[in-house]
Design a protein around this ligand. Sequence first.
Ligand SMILES: Nc1ncnc2c1ncn2[C@@H]1O[C@H](COP(=O)(O)OP(=O)(O)OP(=O)(O)O)[C@@H](O)[C@H]1O
Ligand SMILES: [Mg+2]
Length: 239
Amino acid sequence: MLALHADRLVARYGPVTVVRDATVRLEDRSLAAIVGPNGAGKSTFVKVIAGVLKPAGGRVYLGDEELTGLPAHRIARRGLAYVPQNANVFPSLTVVENLEMGGFTRKEGLRPRISEVLDIFPDLARATKKRAGTLSGGQQNMLAMARALMLDPRVVLLDEPTAGLSPAYTQVVWDQVQRVTKTGTAVLVVEQNVDLALANASYVYVFVAGTNHAEGPSADVAALDLAAIFLGRAGAREH
Ligand SMILES: Nc1ncnc2c1ncn2[C@@H]1O[C@H](COP(=O)(O)OP(=O)(O)OP(=O)(O)O)[C@@H](O)[C@H]1O
Ligand SMILES: [Mg+2]
């Protein structure tokens, strides 16, 4: 079943349209990525889905439910979580306290959900009593992701979860993103690095200039001349 359908979204900053008729369909339990050059509107697109920005056009559905235009906190409670680029954790709180904050609107099942989430992230499970501010950058990114999972979302949006991390740790984060999909949450990741997106996501969207340029299963998108699309910027594939 379709977990998320962002249908022909339009977004503007003042008079400037930066997302035009952009569409993404995400199946339940699947892992899809959005790639595209700097300024292509990837972050703006996921912000509109998450309710952080109001759409100037288009519709957002979570399963059969329409979310278009709802405020961000209501979208989160309906089951769509969002982890922004440079997501912050509460540095003076411990790992477990950060997870409690993520789950504070849960009516029940807080402890069991903390255990389930820690099962996905072994690094965090080993550091439950550490203050978040003492974790590495990569671990803090994972804590932000873990916190977003506390409400057991149907869909999670991750905007560049591996930005600024070492190559070794980048793959650790991607492995854990894949484990998230195994627990029943569909994941849509914005990723600057095309090779990583193709290696880890099963379906890839290419956005250029605020709209869909190409999409398909990773193997099909890998065969496209992405270097030309990206105008030779770093991270594009050479052919
Ligand atoms: N708050 C803002 N006000 C005005 N313009 C903005 C704002 N945020 C982004 N923009 C512009 O909107 C366009 C799309 O930006 P966006 O951040 O969505 O792109 P992106 O694909 O996420 O880029 P990157 O790969 O650099 O993260 C860019 O031209 C950017 O300069
Ligand atoms: Mg961005």
